[in-house]
Every structure is written in C-alpha cells, then in structure tokens.
Write a protein that binds this ligand. Structure first.
Ligand code: SF4
Length: 354
C-alpha cells in the first residue's frame, strides 16, 4: 500500500459549489461505514464506473459493501465516476479521485475493484484509473500499486478488458471477495506477499478467480477466443463461476447507505431470488445468473422489516429478473401487506412478465 504525498485530496467547498450536484462528492451519508484506518489490515475501494446516482442504486454494491465491511480487518469504501464538471475541477486543482468515506485517494488502497455492469462503462473504468493516477495496464503497475479487480456480469467475458485488470472474480462475490482479501491479509501477515505470488496463489486456491496474466490466450481467424492455456500447471484450466447456493443464508445488509440527493432507485430493494426460469437466447442475465435460487417468504419478510426499520423508506421494490415467476409470490405479498399498509409503505413489482 502506498502513502499519498498530497496534503488535500477532497474537493473543498468552493469547488463543490462550482459543480452540479455537489452531494455526489460530499460523502457523510447516513449509513456509511467509517472505520479506523490504522486498525484495519486491508483497504478496499469499491468503484462503480458511472455517476453517483446510478451507482448508489445498484443492489450488488449495497450487498458487497456490507459483506466486506462485516469483516473487522477490512474497510470497504465507495467510489463513483465524477461528472465532467468535477473532472475539470480535479484536473485544474490537481486533485486525485478519492473514496467517499475517508476522502483518501485510490492509490493508497490495497484493492481497487470495479463492478462491470455494462460494456458502455469500460471507458469510465479507464477514466477513473487515470483520475486516480494508477497505471492503466497491469504490466505497468508497480509492486505497491493497488490490485485492480473486475467483477459483475461483464466479467464473464473478461478478455476485451483483460489488459487492465490484475484479477477478475467470476460469479457472485459475497464469499469470493472476502476470501480474496483474507488471502492477501494472510500473506502480508506471514511476510510471503509479493504481487506476483499473491496473484498466483489467488488463481490457484480461490475458485472463480481469473488472473489474465497467468494465461496465454489464442485466437481463431475470426477473432474469437480459441483457447485459454494456463502458464503454470497448478492453475485451473477452466475458471468456474461461483454462486451462492442457499440465498436464505447469504449475507444480508441490515442497513444501507442513504443518499442525500435523488438517485435512480431510492427505495428498499428486497432481493427475492436470483436466476430466471426462462431461457431467452438474447438475454445475458438469464444465462449467467443460473440456476434459479429463491429466498423463502419468512426470511424475506424479516429482511424487509429490518430494512424498513433502519431506513424509513416508504417504497419497497421486490427485486428479481422476473418477479411474476417467483413461486411463492402470493404468500410473500400477504406477509408484507400485513404490516406495509399500516406503515404507508408501497410495494412495487418491477420486471413483471405477463
Ligand atoms: S424472462 Fe427476462 S430475465 Fe428471464 S431470460 Fe427472458 S429476458 Fe432474461
């Protein structure tokens, strides 16, 4: 981990007043997690390569932010791509990209992870790395630069952006990301850490980890991938996506960060199930989130009450790929309506398939 030479990193109030929506950059929201950085062993910057309003609406960020922060040795913070007016100010005043919680620049973090939700965000990833002063390509990074992780749905096809990521986590991250950071902490504690040895050990021992620099990729004449060949015998030939089998038992955040400005989805997102029973051939989500795994109505009802108590939101969205395919929808709605009506909480059922 590096230290920063800059005395001031956060934009000051004069800069904040000169840009649209300063609330994107101020931090300090209710529900944010602050830790003593001198007492944690690994710092993790969770980057959403798009604006604050879009990133704060992402369910995966909410889940993984909480899952990482429940570990006492890990501090996970949030980072979003600044809008162009703030980017101009940052360049003008020589300010680096910082995490919202601590205001520290990304270069001091152990891990900088990007969730790749759509390919249109790839240029934003590069923009954020550039604003952070982190070398864009893996091969140009030094021993003490942060390790750059890619995850999310686009990580299932990592090759177009493989030069920019030290490792990818393929599949669901609630267990995999803490396992990656725990390995890092163990190797640091044991004095066996080097960047190369960590990447090798992660690829060798943690299912779902793909380290592009440890594979030779050959191509067919039409540009499609012919084969991935590991350069070491102890690296898996095929990286298997990781899934959480029992969603009732997976980590669930009992509170979320509450934005002070309007975001795209500013409500409770109650994740009902993952996967989809349909097999529409054009649909990436229907393929990569297989198999279907449902939460039970009793667990969902308790989680919904918990989120209502901790946030006070007046709207709750039952989140899934196709909510009308949830096999216990009637029972779930009956349980929820028994207390949401009197508390003036409205239920919304997006992604209805009729
Ligand atoms: S129903 Fe919707 S989510 Fe499911 S496979 Fe079809 S398009 Fe995808």
């Amino acid at each position: 981990m590096k230290t920063t030479s800059k005395a001031v990193n956060r934009p000051n109030s004069t800069i904040l007043k000169s840009v649209t929506k300063p609330g994107r950059y101020a931090g300090g929201e209710y529900g944010q997690i602050i830790k003593d950085k001198s007492r944690v062993k690994a710092r993790f910057a969770f980057c959403f390569p798009d604006t604050y309003e879009i990133g704060m609406s992402n369910l995966g960020v909410r889940l993984l932010y909480g899952a990482l922060n429940q570990h006492p040795d890990i501090w996970c913070e949030r980072v979003y791509d600044p809008w162009v007016d703030m980017q101009e100010q940052m360049k003008l005043h020589d300010l680096p990209l910082v995490a919202l919680e601590s205001g520290d620049p990304l270069e001091v973090f152990d891990f900088v992870a990007f969730t790749l939700q759509y390919e249109m965000s790839y240029t934003n990833v590069l923009n954020m790395l550039e604003l952070a002063g982190i070398p864009l390509r893996t091969r140009d990074r030094a021993e003490d630069d942060p390790l750059i992780i890619g995850g999310g749905p686009c990580a299932f096809n990592p090759e177009p952006v493989a030069d920019f990521f030290d490792l990818f986590n393929i599949g669901e991250g609630e267990n995999m990301l803490p396992a990656i950071v725990e390995l890092y902490i163990r190797m640091k504690d044991a004095g066996t850490y080097t960047r190369a040895s960590f990447l090798h050990e992660a690829a060798r021992t943690i299912p779902g980890v793909y380290v592009p620099s440890l594979y030779e990729v050959s191509y067919n004449a039409d540009g499609t991938v012919h084969a991935y060949t590991p350069i070491y015998d102890d690296i898996p030939k095929r990286v298997t996506k990781q899934i959480i089998r029992d969603l009732d038992k997976v980590y669930f955040p009992d509170r979320v960060v509450m934005p002070y400005i309007e975001t795209v989805h500013d409500r409770i997102m109650l994740e009902v199930y993952r996967g989809c029973i349909r097999g529409c051939r054009f649909c990436q989500a229907g393929m990569i989130y297989r198999p279907v795994r449902e939460k039970t109505p009793d667990v969902l009802n308790e989680q919904a009450k918990c989120l209502f108590d901790s946030t006070g939101y007046e709207e709750m969205s039952l989140t899934s790929l196709s909510i009308s395919d949830y096999t216990q929808l009637d029972g779930l709605c009956d349980r929820l309506l028994s207390w949401t009506d009197e508390n003036m909480v409205s239920l919304s059922l997006p992604s209805l398939r009729v």
